[in-house]
Design a protein around this ligand. Sequence first.
Ligand code: KIV
Length: 272
Amino acid sequence: MSVQQNEKVTRVTIPKLQERARSGEKLVMLTCYDASFARISEEAGVDMLLVGDSLGMVVQGQDSTLAVTVAETEYHVRCVVRGSQRAIVIADMPFGSFQESPAQAFHNSARMIAAGAHMVKLEGGATMTETTRFLVERGIPVCAHIGLTPQSVNTLGGYRVQGKQEDAAAKLVADAKALESAGAAIILMEAMPAAVAKRVTESLAVPTIGIGAGPDVSGQVLVNYDILDIFPGRKARFVKNFLEGAPSVKAAIEAYVKAVKDKTYPGPEHSF
Ligand code: KIV
């Protein structure tokens, strides 16, 4: 038997991640769309690989995330699962695949779980409470996504920072609490003032993952094409190029992991 066959790599579990967050360790999530990046990302120490619907923009070249399909996400989930052994793989449910009813959400989420995902991510606040409960009670772990929800770009009027006024901030806290009560295992928060993300995090027992939500959250997520400066165009304030000064792509991902774990990313210049 070879050395490789002797080595048993165990996949991180969601309760284990929650425990690590409770003990104060920062969690690291990164988007990922293929097997090669899955392998080097987890070797670099990434805890969770998000097959984000950002694939519509960074891989497919579309100008929003709205046209990504269930079949496309399912294909990329299979690729990422094949390339990974340790990280939790999260499938980002595409626009139109879960909003209609809990039954529709279960049907499409079950396809992601069958493709190998360990969790699904649903954009939306308290309106997703019933669906979240329905999925969790039927064995599908849920990561909720609140704040700037890019699938709602047309109703939000653009990719804007959310929760700037007190009533909107209070609603974000209420949304997060409702989703936690419904069974969400992780709450992802995008583009909101750091003080609001801190308030949400302090009101919950489950971990929070931020993107443009400041440092006072349980962990961070970024788009891998952004940290490697591959995606062209205007960069969001929270984006940091970790390839700068790094000798390889893997070293850049390691630098991202280290910066999240030792709390040097995000700095005030990346926060709202
Ligand atoms: O699709 C995606 O990449 C995401 C992250 C930005 C959180 O949802």
